[in-house]
Design a protein around this ligand. Structure first.
Ligand code: HEC
Length: 155
């Protein structure tokens, strides 16, 4: 057999030993988001795999290099917005994220496209988007609205 084939197979096997650690942390119900069941269903279906500690891992979670991309999404996603740690997020940061959440959902930037290729059920339809926007708006109002100094930052 061609030597290159052995090299490629060797690399494919070797990279499997580089295993990212992206386990779910236990969820504290007191801190986790708990809201209208309709909203929860959409968030859990379309956002929770990257934005919570309730990630559902597919069978290919351990297959490199897919596992590296996945772990990067999950680590960065949780860092940006963690619904499992909702009550602990600083209100100013939360307001910024909520405002951004409206934009990224409306512009089809979230859920991420490579994720949607593997999770067709996570695609948001018009009604889902409106439900999420209403929820994000209600949270913004609950926190007293976006203060002017944050509006200035967002520009
Ligand atoms: C496949 C993983 C994945 C899914 C699913 C996903 N996100 Fe994200 N999200 C990320 C990552 C990673 C980031 C970090 C920054 C980036 O890459 O854009 C992020 C960032 C964000 C941010 C912060 C953006 C900013 O610029 O401040 C918001 C808000 C957000 N996501 C909302 C959502 C919502 C709402 C959903 C569900 C409708 C969702 N995301 C689904 C991976 C994901």
């Amino acid at each position: 057999m061609n030597k290159l084939v052995y090299v490629v197979i060797g690399i494919a096997i070797a990279i499997q030993f580089i295993r990212p650690d992206f386990k779910n942390q236990p969820v504290d119900d007191k801190l986790a988001l708990n809201t209208d069941p309709k909203v929860m269903t959409i968030l859990k279906t379309s956002c929770y795999d990257c934005h919570s500690s309730e990630t559902k891992y597919p069978w290919y979670q351990n297959v490199a290099p897919v596992s590296w991309i996945m772990s990067n999404h999950i680590v960065q996603g949780r860092k940006a917005l963690d619904f499992s740690n909702w009550a602990n997020i600083d209100p100013k940061i939360k307001l910024l994220r909520l405002e951004r959440a409206k934009q990224v959902v409306n512009n089809d930037m979230m859920p991420k496209h490579d994720y949607l290729m593997m999770h067709e059920n996570a695609v948001l339809n018009k009604v889902d988007k409106q439900t999420l926007e209403d929820f994000f708006d209600s949270q913004i109002i609950e926190l007293g609205g976006i203060p002017n100094e944050l509006k200035a930052l967002d520009k």
